[in-house]
Design a protein. Sequence first.
Length: 50
Amino acid sequence: MEEKTYKLMNATGAAGISIGVVTIILGIAAGVILIIGGAKLLAGKSKILF
């Protein structure tokens, strides 16, 4: 019985770590994309005529 609980806790911990790593990677990627997009908008600001 205790071995089954240990295996369940091990699997749950591994899943939590993997989800955390994926979340960090996606957050960094989204941040980089937003910074690049904002820089392009600021660079093209002078070309806008109203």
